[in-house]
Design a protein around this ligand. Structure first.
Ligand SMILES: O=P(O)(O)OC[C@H]1O[C@@H](O)[C@H](O)[C@@H](O)[C@@H]1O
Length: 266
């Protein structure tokens, strides 16, 4: 049985992963970007803007952009890093004993255009593993330093959760207070441990992360959404970004690796 097949998403080559129980995910090679996750119940759980570029001309507005090696404008490099606008390799796929279908994607220094590699001259290798079964999504990001010099980086999995109405969202377990989104929110929550949850009025999603110390919660609100060229004016109501993140740059010594993992249970 083929669990991972080649498909397209917009104009972008992608991998369609289907578990035996019907859970599925679509990951574009551009960005190593998970753009769709449906549990075995068939419900789509990722937001993707109707105005998102889907031709490789700019980052996809939705799904799970991989943020690496820089978060937002915290550095002199490309905003949110180059990983989300780079073309990854599909490396392997398979099935776990518990029935999860998984796929592995890679991005290394040699995959980058010369100008991008020259601007960030580190011999790195990224591995993104995506696994689906039942109503669960697992993502694991590994960063390896293959060079002789130190490698400093930040990283995040910038997840756009699809919600019926952002006003009804309640997030627990990230801060001592319950988080709700009244108009705009763009906030960093450091040192988050344990399981968090997002109630949407329609259901509750459990969120677990390991290795990522921080969480960023973002929704642009009406005014900032209207200023985004790749988002419809009222689409801000349909998502909330809850992003497992490593914000303060971590420095890997030669030969070292770091792994951050992330699990969503609907
Ligand atoms: O428009 P971009 O580059 O995808 O960034 C979206 C948002 O990403 C979030 O992670 C940041 O905290 C926000 O400040 C930012 O606006």
């Amino acid at each position: 049985m083929t669990l991972a097949t080649h498909t397209t998403f917009g104009q972008l080559p992608a991998i369609h992963l289907v578990a035996p129980d019907g859970a599925e995910a679509v990951v574009t090679l551009y960005g190593g970007h998970l753009v769709s996750w449906k549990g075995a119940d068939g419900a789509e759980r990722m937001f993707c803007s109707a105005k998102s570029a889907l031709d490789g001309s700019r980052a996809i507005r939705g799904g799970v952009p991989v943020i690496f090696p820089q978060f937002a404008e915290r550095g002199s490099g490309m905003r949110h890093g180059f990983a989300r606008v780079s073309t990854w390799r599909f490396e392997d796929s398979g099935i776990e004993e518990d029935g999860a279908a998984w796929a592995l994607f890679g991005l290394a220094q040699g995959d980058l255009p010369v100008t991008v590699a020259d601007a960030w001259p580190h011999a790195f290798a990224l591995e993104l593993r995506v696994a689906v079964r039942a109503n669960e999504l697992g993502m694991t990001l590994t960063v390896r330093n293959l060079g002789a010099e130190t490698l400093p980086f930040s990283a995040a999995l910038h997840t756009y959760h699809l919600v019926p109405d952002v006003c009804d969202v309640r997030i627990e377990g990230i801060s001592s207070d319950e988080i709700s989104i009244i108009d705009k929110l763009d906030k960093v929550y450091p040192d988050v441990t344990g399981r968090a949850s997002m109630a949407t009025g329609a259901g509750v999603l459990a969120i677990e992360q390991d290795g990522f110390p921080d969480v960023v919660v973002w929704n642009p609100g009406a005014v900032d959404a209207a200023a985004l060229a790749d988002m419809e004016n009222d689409e801000y109501k349909r998502f909330v970004c809850i992003e497992p993140a490593l914000l303060d740059p971590l420095t890997l010594e030669a030969g070292q690796a770091w792994t951050g993992s992330y699990r969503l249970l609907a």
